[in-house]
Design a protein around this ligand. Structure first.
Ligand code: PGA
Ligand code: ZN
Length: 373
């Protein structure tokens, strides 16, 4: 695609923090940002002088490039390998270029994995960052979403005195601790044909070799943490567990994966959408699933390469939003193009931009379309 025009502007995100919108040939890409970011992520900050960054990227105007060539040029102009120079302008531009070119939408729709109750770095009283639900029996994408919204609403109504509001990701904040929250949650999805998942985001409460789980009287060693997570998997029939251990601990992730081949054990901070870190996971048997957040690795092209490696190795890719979001719908389109079986994109607030994009695509797609399992 020929780049006729490229502009950058400062906008605000769901946390009211500044971020970058890129406009390429009249189409837009906006940069999200994390709160519980992985150590190995590409940098995603508002560049100090956005006009200088815009001048730098405008060197690409007039060029006729593929997505791969464009993303490669972005990296070369940045010169640091991890967007330490152009920050959020990197992913915003990569998304804008993708939006201005085209998507090859497949007919396989992802299942929505929705963060219903939250805590950890996103705000809330639990150590576990996200209590998620995944619909297992609905037949269409809109029905899947209705399952998740019904659970969200029922919890709000059932526990009015324990629900204190919403956190960074629009998830409910409760007064309950980790296990009490799981017990309360367990009663609801069963009747809606949904299963429970967790994003433990364990790196956030790992210090000096121990896990500081707020509902436990003492800090847990990695082996104790393994027992704790295993107990939760068994007791609450978890279908999905993300980042149950520290982001450098491939070995413990491997132990848990071997014990639970039927459960999706997913690496987010562990892999940071980086195909080299994923390869390390494959070599160690760590996890059988991974989070795909394009801004973790920096560009659409690199995220796609990681999805391809994951699929080759039977790792389930879960495309995901960030806790700091905008109304950019790109990951919803990418979920269809890359056929990721699951999308993790919240359930309320600004996250509806991504969900409603998928509802529209579902409606516009001719039969036979598949609600992926
Ligand atoms: P983050 O959280 O965007 O704050 O990193 C989301 C997640 O951990 O999955
Ligand atoms: Zn995560």
């Amino acid at each position: 695609m020929k780049i006729e025009s490229l502009e950058l502007r400062e906008i605000i995100d769901s946390r009211t923090k500044p971020t970058v919108e890129a406009e390429i040939n009249g189409e837009y890409g906006k940069a999200p940002s994390g709160a519980s970011t992985g150590e190995h992520e590409a940098k995603c900050f508002l560049p100090e002088n956005l006009e200088d960054t815009e001048d730098l990227l405008q060197n690409l105007e007039g060029k006729d490039l593929t997505q791969e060539e464009f993303d490669d040029r972005l990296k070369k102009l940045d010169e640091t390998g991890d967007f330490s120079r152009i920050g959020a302008a990197g992913i915003a531009s990569s998304f804008a270029f993708k939006q201005a070119s085209s998507f090859e939408h497949s007919k396989k729709f992802p299942l929505p994995l929705s963060n219903i109750i939250g805590g950890g770095e996103h705000g809330g009283n639990t150590s576990i960052q996200e209590f998620l639900v995944l619909p297992v029996n609905a037949e269409t994408f809109p029905e899947d979403l209705k399952t998740n919204t019904a659970i969200y609403q029922e919890l709000k109504e059932k526990y009015p005195r324990k629900v204190q509001g919403m956190n960074d990701e629009g998830a409910l904040i409760t007064t309950m601790n980790d296990e009490k929250t799981l017990r309360a949650l367990k009663k609801v999805p069963d009747k809606h044909d949904a299963r429970i998942g967790l994003d433990v985001a364990a790196s956030e409460f790992y210090e000096d070799g121990k896990y500081n789980v707020s509902s436990m009287r003492q800090k847990l060693s990695p082996e104790d943490m393994l027992d704790f997570i295993q107990k939760l998997i068994d007791q609450f029939e978890l279908i999905y567990v993300e980042d149950p251990f520290d982001e450098e601990d491939f070995r413990m992730h491997s132990k848990l994966t071997k014990k639970n081949p039927e459960v999706m054990i997913c690496g987010d901070d562990l892999f940071t959408t980086d195909k080299e870190r994923l390869q390390e996971g494959i070599d160690n048997g760590s996890c059988n699933s991974l989070i795909i957040k394009p801004n973790q690795i920096g560009t659409v092209t690199e995220a796609k390469q990681t999805v391809e490696l994951a699929k080759e190795q039977d790792y389930t890719p879960v495309i995901s939003h960030r806790s700091g979001e905008t109304c950019d719908p790109t990951i919803s389109d990418l979920a269809l193009e890359w056929e990721t079986p699951i999308i993790k994109a919240g359930i309320s607030d600004i996250r509806i931009a991504k969900l409603n994009r998928l509802i529209r695509l579902w409606d516009q797609t001719e039969e036979p379309k598949i609600n992926k399992r």
